[in-house]
Ligand binder design. Structure first.
Ligand code: ADP
Ligand code: MG
Length: 629
């Protein structure tokens, strides 16, 4: 075989590759364009979408505009007006800085940008089609910028497949704008979809006024405002009262220095503030703004900048938990500030924490800590699977992260109950009252099934009342193996791959090379993007989207060293490895989320090795056991 020649990719292809990361769906386009408008100092931003944004997206603003001779640069990759040197990168104050959004969008759509700088006589437009400049010229436009994106992904049909229905995509665009609008109350926004104006927010509204446009009145009226400072960090925002908690986490919105993020650390800290105040599957409403010096947070870790990295994670965790926790304590103790709706609330029982609550099946539930993590240490010792951008997924990851969070990394008991110095005596007492007692209260239905969870015995078996009335004992390890195994299998059927920013190299022994080659196709089908370099080094460039990088590497090692001969072997082995072990006490919410996942599995009666997961006794069998029959 001749050595392949190395060549530099053409610009349009490079932009399309970048677009793969930045422009995932129409709402990503809306996000990038609107953020550009805010960066340009706009006080009015109007967004129009058609057919969920796939047909048409327009964002018009009254910002400072782009000079005619610079429009071409604006759609050139790595061209930005926002940073110039590496010091700027360390202290970013704008939304944008990568100079990638416009060229990426323009490479996968029919793109037109018109702009007029303040005070200029005339505007200018540029028309880019699939990455190539098709036309440009003078434009009659008031000062500001207008970007129109037509036929998104017309030249990358593979992307279209991943889009959801037009309604769903439109809703995502709406949500993106909603979030930007919450963080920029000084500017006015409007959103129109398929010719219908869905909202119009005048400039200068307060945060509660803005929220009232989107959230139900009873929630908005009882939101508690909080503001808390520690060192050079500050948190502020609104948090819902525990009594109005909801079953989904879709009303939790988080910002870091004005940038909307989906960050598991922040989410855990919010949940931590409600620990002991909510039952396991309830979520509060919260709008959280965290402000900190830009050099303490790295926003350049995710192409769409949804994730951030903090230098002082534990301080971030504490300030949020304390900021919201203190507002809740004040409310519960009846210390109320100001207006009438607070007074009304203070008539509610102010005794904190313990509160019976009806669940869907009108079964009363043992009061469980709402949050998995009440302390920083607990959070830190936990490894997570990725969060995606579904709002519901964002908040429910806490209950679906079994695979990695519980197996190896379960914190030591003294860490779980570790109390930071700033817990009040009352909070400590509340936490103690709330410690888990498996059989303390009545049964709980497993979500989505008619199985009742009764409790855990010998830290290994979950006791169930099955829909036909039988008594069931479920082996938690075996059940979790089945759940993980099925997850892995479904990953394969989708065959998608998540590219790694930095490929991971694994050196191979000559005997291992052949094994890898035998499993090559299987591994590709599972979502591994691999390359065998110089015959000895296996380079992992992409991994199945549901796996952490570390897990993926473990997988691959197992295949390489012959522990697994087929992909199925690999999964069985790895599901066993990462499943929760026996002799591990599970909180009710943990047991429930395991059961919830397990009831959905095919062949759930057996673990992948073929051992039983569930043993049960019918009424008759029980009678026999007691020699009644
Ligand atoms: P970035 O925002 O990372 O700089 P973009 O590709 O999003 O990269 O935009 C490139 C440049 O185009 C920006 O740096 C900015 O100078 C200019 N620009 C984009 N959108 C607007 C806008 N709405 N108003 C004014 N300037 C804009
Ligand atoms: Mg930008």
């Amino acid at each position: 075989m001749s050595t392949p020649e190395i060549h530099v990719l053409p610009t349009s292809l490079r932009n399309q590759i970048a677009a793969g990361e930045v422009v995932e769906r129409p709402s990503s386009v809306v996000k990038e364009l609107v953020e550009n408008s805010i960066d340009a100092g706009s006080t009015q931003v109007d967004v129009v979408v058609e057919r969920g944004g796939q047909g048409f997206i327009a964002v018009k603003d009254n910002g400072h505009g782009v000079a005619a001779d610079q429009l071409k640069l604006a759609v050139t990759r790595h061209a930005t007006s926002k940073i110039s040197n590496v010091d700027d990168l360390a202290a970013i104050t704008s939304f944008g800085f990568r100079g990638e959004a416009l060229p990426s969008i323009a490479s996968v759509s029919r793109f037109k940008m018109s702009s007029c700088r303040k005070g200029a006589d005339e505007g200018w437009f540029i028309h880019v089609e699939g990455g190539d400049v098709a036309d440009e010229g003078p434009a009659a436009i008031p000062s500001g910028t207008s970007v129109e994106v037509r036929d998104l992904f017309f030249n990358v049909p593979a992307r279209l497949k991943f889009l959801k229905t037009e309604n769903t995509e439109a809703r995502r665009c709406n949500q993106v704008l909603f979030k930007v609008a919450l963080a920029n109350v000084g500017a006015g926004f409007s959103f129109t979809s398929n010719g219908r104006e869905q909202f119009r927010l005048p400039a200068g509204q307060t945060l509660p006024e803005r929220l009232a446009v989107f959230w139900p009145r009873n929630i908005c009226e009882s939101l508690l405002e909080f503001s808390h400072e520690a060192g050079d960090m500050k948190v502020h925002g609104c948090a819902g009262i525990p009594g109005l908690a909801q079953g989904r986490g879709d009303r939790i919105v988080m910002f870091v220095n004005g940038r909307p993020v989906q960050d598991k650390l922040l989410l855990s800290a919010i949940r931590g503030a409600y620990k002991g105040r909510l039952i396991s599957r309830e979520y509060p409403q919260a709008v959280l703004f965290l402000e900190l010096p830009p050099e303490l947070v790295d926003v350049n870790v995710h192409p769409a900048k949804m994730e951030v990295r903090f230098q002082e994670e534990s301080s971030v965790f504490s300030i949020i938990r304390n900021g919201i926790g203190q507002a809740l304590s004040r409310y519960e103790l009846g210390i109320v500030e100001g207006d009438s709706h607070f007074e009304r609330q203070s008539e509610m029982p102010v005794r904190p924490v313990l509160r019976e609550k009806k669940l869907s099946e009108s079964v009363s539930l043992p009061i469980e800590p709402a949050a998995k993590f009440s302390s920083w240490n607990e959070f830190k010792n936990t490894d997570f699977t990725a969060m995606d951008d579904e709002p519901e997924a964002a908040a429910s990851f806490v209950k679906t992260d079994f695979t990695s969070s519980m197996a190896e990394h379960r914190p030591e008991p003294d860490m779980v109950h570790e109390r930071p110095m700033d817990y009040t005596a009352q909070e400590v007492q509340a936490a103690e009252q709330n410690q888990h007692e498996p059989f303390a209260a009545g049964p709980v239905f497993v979500p989505g099934s008619r199985i009742e969870y009764l409790g855990q015995v010998v830290d290994t078996y979950l006791v169930l009342k099955l829909p036909n009335g039988s008594l069931g004992l479920l082996d938690q390890h075996a059940a979790h193996e089945r759940v993980i195994y099925e997850n892995m299998k479904s990953l394969r059927t989708r065959g998608e791959s998540r590219p790694l920013a930095l490929p991971i190299d694994i050196a191979l022994h000559p005997s291992e090379v052949q094994r890898v080659q035998e499993m090559w196709e299987d591994l590709q089908a599972a979502g591994f993007m691999l390359e065998l370099e110089s015959g000895q080094t296996l380079s992992m460039r992409g991994i199945p989207p549901g796996l952490e990088t570390g897990e993926a590497r473990e997988y691959l090692k197992a295949a390489v060293d012959g522990q697994a001969k087929t992909l199925d072997d690999l999964w069985i082995m790895l599901s066993c490895k990462s499943a929760i072990k026996a002799n591990l006490s599970l909180a009710v919410d943990e047991a429930l989320s395991l059961l919830e996942a397990w009831v959905k599995c095919p062949q759930r009666e057996y673990c992948p090795h073929g051992r039983p997961v569930l043993v049960s006794w019918s009424a008759l069998e029980m009678e026999k056991l007691f020699k009644r029959k």
